[in-house]
Design a protein around this ligand. Structure first.
Ligand SMILES: [Zn+2]
Length: 66
């Protein structure tokens, strides 16, 4: 009895069993990409506020330079 799921990342068929340690992902890479995707979103939100603070300063110093 072999159940197969689709990798949420690339859609590849993944056998649902001990031979697929990264299920429901087809591989560690797809798993890391998916985890990284939402981690990136969190990171971008955190960096966004910081970016707004640093942007005017760097723009000003660029204008000061000849
Ligand atoms: Zn995949």
């Amino acid at each position: 009895m072999n159940r197969t799921v689709s990798c949420p990342r690339c859609g590849a068929p993944v056998p649902w069993g001990a031979e697929s340690p990264f299920r429901p992902f087809c591989s560690e890479r797809c798993k890391m990409i998916d985890l990284g995707a939402w981690a990136n979103e969190e990171y971008r939100v955190a960096v966004k506020g910081e970016d707004e603070e640093t942007d005017p300063g760097s723009a000003e110093s660029q204008r000061d330079a000849p």
